[in-house]
Ligand binder design. Structure first.
Ligand code: NAD
Ligand code: TYD
Length: 351
């Protein structure tokens, strides 16, 4: 059998770096190509431990640039794609929606076109695996959950752009018979997450005794999954998922934002030798996010029953591992929170 050549886009980002590491380490017989434009969210420091592995190649390219993509496809002849590259932060999508249209929609369609053209004579291993989010299903107010059959109802510019890209992926399957699979995952947390998202932002601010900005009353609910569990789900779906199918991925782990932040405060008080309750004083309720989705909850039963995947960590355990990682990787945090991030932060929070 020919050697597998797998293109992973967005591999220098948070989730992508965990996926790249897992594939490079677990499949020495595969060639893994990480294509990333290294935007503010992309960081090759995330992959220092595997950068010299024999089966790993980094390609600096923009998925919005057709020539760069064409060149990469012609040079390396990928047989499959795991597509994670995206603009991923809801707050940024509110202040700059066009950037999300550009990367998440146009970038995805560029990749789809190249896969369609290069895989005209289909081989069994060809697969376009699109990584998406539960946010495409909209916002829940009651006790119901998102199933794979839940109609799309995106509410933010970010989720609208992801929903659109999901529709294109399915349309290419229907129209051109492109072999595709999609997974929609809940909120991830863990090492290497950019500190603009709730959990790493709070870890950084607790550490530095800065205010912890909670939107609205902190009653909004998210379903949290440890990033390595998501990477394992991606591995499982890539190898065993059925072409044309969608799989929901989630932690069966719903939390109100305020409770997440309180738990983080207590973990960090203990780890940093502070008096219990000390860091909770940093909590500051701020103006709510525009159009803030109230609740997300994923039903991942299909993935569990059909492909045998399960989340491995309890939330408390995963948060402790995450806090330990951030406390042990101060340089990483220091590099990432300098420069343009500081300007974004001041504009977003004015605190
Ligand atoms: P991230 O913002 O940490 O990383 C995105 C990566 O994409 C970065 O490395 C960035 O440099 C790269 N990138 C951006 N624009 C690019 C372009 N034009 N060309 C090439 N590379 C580009 O994002 P993340 O949180 O790791 O999310 C990865 C994927 O998973 C996204 O598609 C996101 O929608 C999806 N997702 C994320 C979550 C979550 O909780 N973070 C949950 C479900 C699904
Ligand atoms: P976030 O990590 O941005 O993920 P998403 O918006 O994709 O769910 O936010 C998680 C939750 O935390 C969400 O309900 C918004 C809230 N939040 C705050 O209360 N304060 C903050 O500073 C941030 C970034 C998020």
């Amino acid at each position: 059998m020919a050697k597998r050549k797998i293109l992973i886009t967005g591999g220098a980002g948070f989730i992508g770096s965990h996926v790249v590491r897992l594939f490079v380490n677990n499949y020495p017989d595969y060639d893994i190509y990480n294509l990333d434009f290294l935007t503010y969210a992309g960081n090759l420091e995330n992959l220092k431990d595997i950068e010299s592995a024999k089966n790993y190649t980094f390609i600096h390219a923009d998925i919005c640039n057709q020539d760069q993509l064409k060149d990469a496809f012609e040079r390396h002849r990928f047989d499959s794609i795991i597509h994670l590259a995206a603009e991923s932060h809801v707050d940024r999508s509110i202040s700059d929606p066009l950037a999300f249209v550009h990367t998440n929609i146009l970038g995805t369609v560029n990749l789809l076109n190249l896969a369609r053209d290069h895989w005209a004579e289909r081989k069994n291993e060809n697969l376009f695996y699109h990584i998406s989010t539960d946010e495409v299903y909209g916002s829940l107010e009651d006790g119901s959950v998102f199933l794979e059959s839940t109609p799309y109802d995106p509410q933010s510019p970010y989720s609208a752009s992801k929903a659109s890209s999901d529709h294109f992926v399915r349309a290419y399957n229907n129209t051109y018979n492109l072999p595709v699979v999609i997974s929609n995952c809940s909120n991830n947390y863990g090492p290497n997450q950019f500190p603009e998202k709730l959990i790493p932002l709070c870890i950084n601010n607790i550490k530095n005794r800065q205010p912890l900005p909670i939107y609205g009353k902190g009653e909004n609910i998210r379903d949290w999954l440890y990033v390595e569990d998501h990477a394992r789900a991606i591995d499982t779906i890539f190898h065993n998922g059925k072409v044309g199918e969608t799989y929901n991925v989630g932690g069966f782990n719903e939390w109100k934002n305020i409770d997440v932040v309180r738990l983080l405060c207590s973990i960090m008080d203990e780890k940093m030798g502070r008096t219990p309750g000390d860091s909770e004083h940093l909590i500051k309720f701020v103006k709510d996010r525009a159009g803030h989705d109230f609740r997300y909850a994923i039903d991942a039963t299909k993935l569990k029953m059909e492909l045998g995947w399960n989340p491995s960590l309890q939330f408390g355990e995963g948060l402790e591992k995450t806090v330990d990682w951030y406390l042990q990787n101060e340089d990483w945090l220091e590099h990432i929170t300098s420069g343009s991030y500081r300007q974004y932060y001041l504009k977003q929070y004015e605190i």
